[in-house]
Design a protein around this ligand. Structure first.
Ligand code: CA
Length: 232
């Protein structure tokens, strides 16, 4: 899919930011539609084929969170949330509601493009994951069929929990995963929010996959939100 076939919905009530985003998208060859409030955004989504949504959380009519909830009732469209810097709790909540990623204002053109590429790549990967059970980033590789992990082509010994955690990240390369989401995926619903258990597991995994666990290259901490597997 080249950029000319990708239709992006920009939902933002700040005209300056909206213009900046739309201009950037057109420069990069993306098609776009813009909406200044939630109602217009939902109207466009139901009537037109859109491939991705950039969503500001603070909209004049509905809260952006409500928009995510509504859209997720019937659509899997990737949603990248745009939020202000001091809204860590909101970011995590938006991701847990089904948003795919977030951008913090002010953001650069490079960041915007990187997030869009990750979201589009992830859509394609979801569609092909059954055909290709080997996922990788940098020197790190996982074989989902054989349950093996490799670092620089050397097999790594990991515990079953570490394997599950790593597989979760490699299936979501480039995407931020919230602490709550990770705990639910690894330990199951009803486990509550035991972030200490996750921290312990993460420390063990980082010791094995990171050259310098104090300065992780692969799994980056997104403060106040969760973690992100870097895309190399
Ligand atoms: Ca706003």
């Amino acid at each position: 899919m080249n950029n000319y076939n990708i239709n992006i919905l920009v939902v933002e009530d700040d005209h300056r930011i909206s213009r900046f985003i739309c201009y950037t998208l057109s420069q990069e060859g993306y098609k776009y539609k813009s909406a200044g409030n939630a109602q217009n955004a939902l109207g466009i989504l139901v009537s037109e084929q859109m491939d991705l949504m950039l969503l500001d959380l603070g909209l004049p009519d509905f809260d952006g969170m409500e928009v995510i909830k509504k859209v997720r009732e019937w659509s899997e469209i990737p949603i990248i949330v745009i939020s202000a810097r001091d809204q860590d709790k909101e970011k995590a909540a938006a991701l847990d509601l089904g948003a795919d990623d977030f951008l913090t204002k002010p953001f650069s053109t490079t960041e915007l493009m990187a997030r869009i590429r990750v979201a589009m790549r992830h859509m394609k990967m979801n569609a092909s994951i059954n055909k290709n059970p080997i996922l990788s980033t940098g020197d790190l590789k996982i074989d989902l069929e054989k349950h093996l992990v490799f670092l620089s082509n050397h097999e790594l010994r990991v515990t079953p929990m570490e394997y599950n955690l790593l597989a979760l990240f490699l299936k979501n390369i480039g995407k931020v995963l919230t602490t709550g989401y990770i705990i639910q995926e690894i330990w199951g619903k009803g486990y509550g929010n035991d972030t200490q258990a996750l921290r312990t597991l993460m420390t063990g995994l980082r010791r094995k996959i990171e050259y310098n666990p104090a300065k992780p290259k692969y799994i980056i901490t997104e403060i106040g939100v969760g973690y992100r597997m870097k895309d190399y």
